[in-house]
Design a protein around this ligand. Structure first.
Ligand code: LLP
Length: 402
């Protein structure tokens, strides 16, 4: 990544997020080519980074979209992703979202319970359309990742067990308004071990074969997302082996593979850049206080997640400290007990691996405007989201003051 953070700070102020679009291209091409032996669709998990310019960039490479709200579906459509490349997932879809998704004619709805299937059937009947259905199967496999981002065990709220899935497919087959189209699994995020994926895919592929035996033939096998990235020193799943494992399980089936990567495509494209406000010592403890905070990037506070941190100065003096923001919470930190150089007011600090689940999880807590987002492509930078102003933050409240 060859980005001049100082120049960008002068041009756009801090804090900001910057995304390297060329990195996103490389990640997309790597994964797409791993699946080249078969028809495949990479449906970008929009939740990872839903900036319209990021989605548009992926659309230009050929990506589809995996969406978890009708808002995300509309973002994907807005930047030109064709409806037949859009999937709508999520455990709690609202009637109005189901209705709109059916009217928009997207590729398929990933259904996560039999109650939801009944709802979709009812709405499809009212609209006199046929809903293309994919059922999310919960294979009950431990993905060996952080508990908050594990989704493939029965103790998690996601998907349905194999027997329920089978019943639901039979219901689809017997309905005038449901068409069994795909099958879906997603066991967790930031996965770094192939074995749980292999076991889960095998379980779901066996179900596909069982269904074929009773004349329920599915067109799409959606393996979800979850491929991990390097934050620290993780050893990653090789993308070729990943694809090969999936393709091996599907041997003999005429089915298109769908993959829903989020973090893998955008995670390491992004850097959050913030500047030092103050240093202080409380007793023995050194704190470096920066202008970015947990409302901008919550992963360390929420998951105790590690993000590599670099202070952009040449100071050789360094010591242990906590890197913290201005928000009124002790949980407002980017790193604890981290060895960093001595800083001066206005020194820049880069927080890496900030392209996925950082901006999208930002809030206005403490009436702090969400920060600017910048893209760098072919050595050129451009603003892709303005910094929010105080007026933006109060816009939806102001008219109600009595
Ligand atoms: N498909 C489904 C059904 C998902 O639930 C997810 C992520 C993805 C695809 C994309 O997963 P990825 O390829 O990005 O791992 N906020 C958390 C991550 C939550 C992931 C939720 N689901 C974090 O900051 O680590």
């Amino acid at each position: 990544m060859n980005i001049n953070f100082k120049e960008l700070a002068q041009k756009y102020q801090t804090p900001y997020y910057v995304y390297d679009f060329d990195h996103i291209t490389n990640q997309y091409e790597e994964l797409k080519s791993a699946f080249r032996a078969r028809k495949s669709l990479l449906a970008y998990a929009v939740k990872a980074n839903s900036n319209l310019s990021v989605i548009k960039h992926l659309a230009s490479l050929g990506a589809g979209a995996d969406c978890v709200s009708i808002g995300e579906v509309k973002r994907a459509l807005k930047v030109g992703i064709a409806p037949y490349k859009i999937i709508f997932s999520g455990v709690g879809k609202i009637d109005s979202e189901i209705k709109e998704a059916l009217e928009l004619g997207i590729l398929m709805i990933n259904v996560e319970s039999d109650a939801e299937l009944n709802r979709v059937e009812m709405i499809a009947k009212e609209l006199d359309v046929v809903a293309r259905i994919s059922i999310r199967v919960n294979p009950n496999i431990d993905p060996k990742t952080h508990p908050y981002i594990s989704t493939g065990l029965h103790e998690n709220k996601f998907g349905v067990d194999i027997d329920t899935a089978k019943r639901m497919y039979i219901q689809c087959k017997n309905s005038d308004n449901l068409e069994p189209t795909g099958i879906h699994l997603h066991i967790g995020s930031q996965l770094t071990e192939l074995q749980p994926i292999k076991e889960s895919v095998k379980i779901v592929a066996d179900l596909v074969k069982n269904l074929a035996a009773i004349k329920i033939e599915l067109s799409f096998f959606d393996v979800g997302g979850g491929l991990g990235i390097v934050y620290d020193d993780e050893k990653l799943i090789d993308t070729y082996e990943y694809a090969q494992t999936i393709l091996d399980s599907l041997f003999g089936l005429d089915i298109t593979v769908v993959c829903e990567p989020g973090r893998f495509l955008v995670g390491n494209s992004g850097v959050f850049v913030t500047k030092v406000l103050y240093e202080k010592i409380n007793g023995e403890k050194r704190f470096v206080i920066v202008d970015g905070a947990m409302n901008d990037l919550i992963r360390p506070s929420l998951y105790n997640a590690y993000h590599k941190i670099e202070v952009l100065n040449n100071n050789e003096e360094h010591s242990d400290c906590n890197l913290v923001g201005p928000v009124c919470e002790s949980g407002d930190f980017f790193a604890k007990n981290v060895d960093l150089p001595k800083t001066e007011h206005n020194d820049l600090v880069a927080i890496y691996s900030a392209g996925a689940y950082c901006y999208t999880m930002a809030s206005n807590y403490n009436t702090r405007g969400r920060v600017a987002e910048i893209a760098v492509e072919d050595g050129e930078d451009r603003l892709i989201r303005k910094r929010e102003t105080f007026e933006d933050i109060i816009a939806l409240e102001e008219e109600f003051i009595k």
